[in-house]
Design a protein around this ligand. Structure first.
Ligand SMILES: *Cc1c(COP(=O)(O)O)cnc(C)c1O
Length: 367
């Protein structure tokens, strides 16, 4: 078979161990998964009620245009319905954007460490990848990114709050950056953790879509809304930008249950406010632990923290796994020596930190 040669050496996304696997492997009863930034509080009770009662017509295709969700979301965001593009998670929107804009003759600029799907998809398109390292304090090197842009750049990716480091790009800096980016470059602001941010230096990046023709914001129902299983993400941009992207979207890319669940979830902003408050309290548990143990824990505005372990993060993650806690090792995410831990319920955070206390007391092996 004649495979696209660019697939040479590429690996599929490696999911973490499933809860069932960990239970069997380590003979454990209860597993706490704090690895994928899912919402530990579930989702809105309205969504659960709808799912229990939905008598869906399973033989019919979904509304490919997601009309009802589109109307609800455009009302909520105060934008035109034609400024929205829906995807099977923002993951699929990254695929659509890459197919629409990246080819062999171009380059794309992105931060590192950041969300790996930007470079994964750029590789498949055969596009030159220009990764610009974050500063030592994990903030975006926006000047470095500007320098990396040239006449052949088609997309510059930004992630705020950034995964896996958690920091935001302050609004004024973001705006000043976009002002300097040439108009032929699409600036994609991946905003998957928008709903968690409380820092006053942050402002809603959607205002930048009004101000600049070449900005696109990515959001998702997977994180704060607690609907990761349903795969609904969306892009917001100028109508002209969305109109160019829409033909690249598979016709029925979001499903019936997901569209309706997202609309119910959107209507329950009280759940989002409660999630945000509980997340602030949860982050604080980690920050206090880090201070007490002299470990670095950079300020996170998302629902995860990076926590230093002063040794091999792979080894520390494995020790936590044995004790029933699934987290991500930063050794694989571009932040060696750190764990990326999803902020869970107060009880699960306390349990994880007690387990980590034991692990640290035994000494974490060198990387
Ligand atoms: C989780 C995440 C996504 C993907 O979320 P979907 O479930 O595909 O909507 C995109 N970008 C970042 C930065 C993420 O952390």
């Amino acid at each position: 078979m004649r495979w696209n040669p660019r697939l040479e050496g590429m690996r599929a996304y490696e999911p973490g161990k499933t809860i069932g696997e960990v239970k069997r492997e380590f003979g454990l009863e209860r597993i706490v998964k704090l690895a994928s930034n899912e919402n530990p509080f579930g989702c809105s009770a309205e969504v659960k009620k709808f799912i229990a009662e939905s008598g869906l017509e399973t033989e019919l295709y979904p509304d490919g245009y997601a009309t009802e969700l589109r109307e609800a979301l455009s009302d909520h965001l105060g934008i035109s319905p034609r400024q929205l593009l829906f995807g099977g998670g923002s993951d699929e929107l990254i695929v659509i954007l890459s197919r629409a804009l990246l080819s062999e003759n171009e380059n794309t600029v992105m931060p590192w460490p950041s969300f790996p799907q930007y470079r994964h998809n750029a590789r498949i398109q055969g596009t030159e990848i220009r990764e610009v390292s974050l500063h030592e304090d994990f903030s975006h090197d926006l000047d470095g990114m500007l320098k990396a842009i040239d006449e052949n750049t088609s997309i510059v990716w930004l992630c705020t709050p950034n995964n896996p480091t958690g920091g935001i790009i302050p609004h004024e800096e973001l705006k000043a950056f976009i002002r300097k980016v040439p108009e032929h470059v699409l600036v994609i602001v991946d905003n998957a953790y928008h709903e968690f941010v409380t820092d006053p230096a942050y402002a809603d990046p959607l205002t930048l879509v009004e101000e600049f023709p070449n900005v696109l914001v990515l959001r998702t129902f997977s994180k704060a809304y607690g609907l990761a299983a349903f795969r609904i993400g969306y892009a917001v941009a100028r109508e002209e930008v969305i109109a160019k992207l829409d033909p690249v979207r598979p016709p029925f890319n979001t499903n019936v249950l997901g569209q309706q669940a997202a609309a119910f979830a959107l209507a329950d902003q009280e759940f989002i406010a409660r999630t945000r408050q509980q997340n602030v309290a949860g982050k604080d548990q980690y920050v206090r632990f880090a201070e007490a143990h002299g470990l670095n824990c950079p300020v996170s505005e998302a629902n995860f923290v990076l926590l230093e372990v002063k040794g091999s993060a792979d080894a520390a993650a494995y020790e936590l796994l044995k004790r029933g806690y699934i987290v991500r090792s930063g050794d694989k995410l571009g932040t060696p020596g750190y764990l990326r831990i999803t902020v869970g319920t107060q009880e699960d955070n306390a349990g994880l930190l007690a387990a980590l206390e034991q692990v640290l007391a035994h000494g974490v092996p060198e990387a």
